[in-house]
Design a protein around this ligand. Structure first.
Ligand SMILES: [Zn+2]
Ligand SMILES: [Zn+2]
Length: 196
C-alpha cells in the first residue's frame, strides 16, 4: 500500500498516517510513501484509482457521490493496477447520497484505494491528539481497502461506522481503541489472498 500526499501535508501528519497502517504489516502488506508531484506521475499511475484521486487532491472541497466511485470501478477491468493507495489530503470531503449531504473523514473502495481528509482534524485537534486521529482514520479507510468492505458493530472497533462526519468524529475517537480481532481476520485473509 502506498501512502500518497501533497507537499502541504507535514512530515508529522504523514508519519501519523503511516503509524495507522503499520498494524497491517503483520499480514505481509508492504508500505511505502510518496509525495504527489504533478511533473512525475509514476507514483500515482501505479496506484488503483490513482489518477482520479490525484485530480481530487488539489481541491479544497471534494464533493463525491456513489456514482462517481461506481464509474471508476469499471475502469479497473480495463486497466488493472497493482498498488493499493491511501491519499492523505488537506481537502474536506462532502458526500452526496440519495439527496443527503454529509461530511466524511474519508472515502474508500474495497480492493481499490482510499482518501483521508485532514481538514476536520486540523481545525479541531493538535499534537498527539491530531496524530492519533490521523492514524485511526487512516487505519479505518485502509481497512475498507484491504477487504473489510462493511462496518463493524463493536463499539470500540476502529471499523465501526463514523457517519456523523466532523461533528461527531471526536466522539468516535473517544470510543474506538483498535481494530477488533474479527475485522483483523477478514483483513488478514484478504491480504494473504491478494497477489500484491
Ligand atoms: Zn467506514
Ligand atoms: Zn471490528
Amino acid at each position: 500500500m502506498r501512502l500518497l500526499h501533497p507537499g502541504s501535508v507535514s512530515p508529522a501528519e504523514a508519519a501519523a498516517a503511516m503509524n495507522g497502517l503499520r498494524r497491517f504489516e503483520r499480514f505481509g502488506l508492504a508500505l511505502e510513501e510518496g509525495v504527489l508531484d504533478p511533473k512525475d506521475m509514476k507514483n500515482v499511475c501505479e496506484v488503483k484509482y490513482g489518477e482520479k484521486l490525484h485530480r481530487l487532491s488539489s481541491e479544497d472541497l471534494i464533493v463525491a457521490d456513489n456514482f462517481t466511485f461506481l464509474i471508476e470501478s469499471l475502469s479497473i477491468f480495463f486497466h488493472e493496477k497493482q498498488v493499493y493507495g491511501l491519499f492523505l489530503m488537506p481537502a474536506r470531503i462532502q458526500l452526496l447520497d440519495d439527496g443527503d449531504s454529509s461530511f466524511r473523514m474519508g472515502l474508500a473502495r474495497s480492493d481499490g484505494s482510499a482518501m483521508v481528509s485532514l481538514s476536520p482534524i486540523r481545525s479541531a485537534l493538535k499534537g498527539e491528539e491530531a496524530a492519533r486521529a490521523i492514524a485511526v482514520f487512516s487505519a479505518h479507510e485502509a481497512g475498507h481497502v484491504l477487504g473489510k468492505s462493511n462496518h463493524c458493530t463493536k463499539d470500540d472497533c476502529i471499523m465501526k461506522p463514523n457517519d456523523g462526519g466532523e461533528k461527531t468524529f471526536q466522539h468516535f475517537l473517544g470510543q474506538v481503541k483498535e481494530i477488533c480481532s474479527d475485522c483483523m481476520s477478514v483483513i488478514g485473509r484478504h491480504i494473504s489472498k491478494s497477489r500484491y
